[in-house]
Design a binder for this molecule. Structure first.
Ligand code: BES
Ligand code: MN
Ligand code: ZN
Length: 503
């Protein structure tokens, strides 16, 4: 099984389009661009762009595609695909990432072998080139890994074309985007694996390979070590399954890094969530194979952090188990004791993510984390609140949450802050224990986050609820159906932003 194969590098050039030894040139095109927007292109196509603009066949609407032939024999590429970018003011690096992914997917659909993409957009050219490299790389992901018929569509060789004036940081930025895209795809691959393949033990093995190869120290705690640490919440969830739980522990400790800050990343690693005794309805339950997407994001971000040599120490913790309704499974009303010592009355066994994360957050603190971020497919309620394209962002204090928000925006993981007023804690009151594990229907994603807050030990802590964003239920031009790889780039970039005052 592929775990962490290296992909071929993306070529970077500022040569004129006419001389590129490629089969297809992708050109982002914005509304209001005139036919002369890319030098010589209109003439080389025999005026095709002028014609398409005049007839309104082509207007540059977001992700529209116009393929034109090159008639000028002086040009080496034979075809150009214009990819619509929408309004020019919206030509951000985020939009360019999507344009590149859409262009890359279209090129693969046509089985093109060698593709170049011209970087056009607003802002720092290095930032734009990085986003393009990410987008092209994201287009390489294949969701149908178990299909035995036709082989997957081939992956073209990629060339990123930047203007001559662009500086030397561009090649580094493209390389960085390539790595971040690759790591996102590895995370998608993990999230796409079915529950019968990716058991907690197998998840731990693969995560260890993915991060270990890059130089991260990885330790896998087995059920005995977990018991010794007193992680009663994780053990409680694991009781219903014949598969033993694991805790995957990552340590990235670069030479010369300061003692603090230590970034602590915690990911939910439920390899399948049936709901347990509070069992889920059958419809759509197959989706619950991706209930470890947060854990996968942490593992793959650790890989990126090491490959890109982040300047600070980072620890990662992924508690992983199945949530099953076995004969020894926890039942509603059961009381569990967390490693931290707090007791929890389990009202609903389907609220298992917050349980395993409670012990996970505690352990990240034991490892010396000074700043916490957890990532989890935690609640259906966050989908009700924010939909399928926006990750729920929770935490405290505001400065830390804002920082995570800024980094997520730049990384192309859209997130939006949600409140954590003290009043919400009322909903977790238990008559018998320190708290319940559910707070009822109102503000379900908030009470889940309030539960996690109990285990943050007062450290700066942010929580990303990716239940809506981890999996695309409908294909978009830039994102096929299936796992999205959300949060990998955010977590990785955070390890760089923490040293900068406004990062
Ligand atoms: N893994 C689910 C959340 C989820 C739902 C992820 C839909 C992706 C899509 C989580 O473990 C869960 O079951 N949450 C419950 C909590 C409830 C019982 C308080 C939920 O959201 O219904
Ligand atoms: Mn659940
Ligand atoms: Zn779950």
């Amino acid at each position: 099984m592929p775990t962490a194969q290296m992909t071929t590098p993306i070529t970077c050039t500022s040569d004129p389009l006419a001389g590129l030894d490629v089969d297809l040139v992708i050109v982002p095109w914005f509304e209001g661009d005139t036919a002369s927007a890319a030098e010589g292109l209109d003439a080389a196509s025999g005026g095709e762009i002028t014609r398409a603009l005049a007839s309104k066949e082509w207007q540059g609407k977001a992700f529209d595609l116009l393929t034109i032939g090159i008639v000028d024999r002086g040009w080496r590429p034979r075809r150009v695909a214009l990819v619509g970018g929408g309004a020019r003011e919206a030509a951000t690096s985020d939009q360019l990432r999507k344009i590149a992914a859409a262009g890359g997917l279209a090129a693969r659909q046509k089985r093109v072998e060698r593709v170049a993409l011209l970087v056009r957009g607003q802002g720092d050219p290095a930032e734009l080139a990085k986003a393009v490299a990410e987008g092209l790389t994201l287009s390489e992901f294949n969701a149908g890994s178990y299909k035995t018929g036709d082989p997957p569509l081939p992956v073209p060789s990629w060339t990123v074309v930047v203007e001559k004036t662009a500086d030397s940081r561009i090649a580094a930025a493209v390389n960085r985007g390539r790595i971040l895209g690759d790591c996102s795809n590895l995370s998608r691959q993990l999230a796409n694996e079915p529950g019968n393949t990716l058991t907690p033990r197998e998840f731990a093995r693969r995560a260890a390979a993915i991060a270990g190869e890059a130089g991260v120290r990885v330790e896998i705690l087995d059920e005995h070590q977990i018991a010794e640490l007193g992680m009663g919440l994780l053990l409680g969830v694991a009781r219903g399954s014949d598969e033993p739980p694991r805790v995957i522990v990552f340590r990235y400790d670069p030479p010369g890094a300061p003692a603090t800050p230590v970034l602590g990343l915690v990911g939910k690693g439920i390899t399948f969530d049936t709901g347990g005794i509070s069992i889920k309805p059958a419809e759509g339950m197959e989706r619950m194979k991706d209930d470890m997407a947060g854990g996968a994001a942490v593992a793959c971000a650790m890989r990126a952090i090491a490959l890109l040599q982040a300047p600070i120490r980072v620890v990662g913790v992924v508690p992983t188990t199945e949530n099953m309704p076995g004969g020894r499974a926890i039942k509603p009303g059961d009381i569990l004791k967390s490693a931290e010592g707090k007791t929890v009355e389990v009202i609903n066994t389907d609220a298992e993510g917050r349980l395993v994360l409670g012990d996970g957050l505690w352990y990240a603190r034991q490892l010396g984390a000074t700043h916490l971020v957890d990532v989890a497919t935690l609640t259906g309620a966050v989908v009700v609140a924010l939909g399928k394209n926006v990750t729920g962002l929770f935490g405290t204090p505001d400065e830390w949450v804002d920082r995570v928000h800024r980094v997520a925006d730049r990384a192309g993981d859209r997130a939006w802050p949600m409140p954590l007023f003290d009043d919400y804690r009322e909903q977790l009151k238990s008559d018998i224990a320190d708290m319940t594990n559910t707070g009822g229907r109102p503000a379900g994603s908030v009470t889940a986050a309030m539960f996690l807050k109990e285990f943050s030990g007062g450290l700066p802590w942010a929580h990303l609820d990716i239940a809506g964003t981890a999996w695309a239920e409908e294909a978009k031009p830039f994102l096929p159906k299936g796992p999205s790889g959300v949060a990998v780039r955010t977590l990785a970039e955070l390890a760089f932003a923490m040293k900068e005052p406004n990062g």
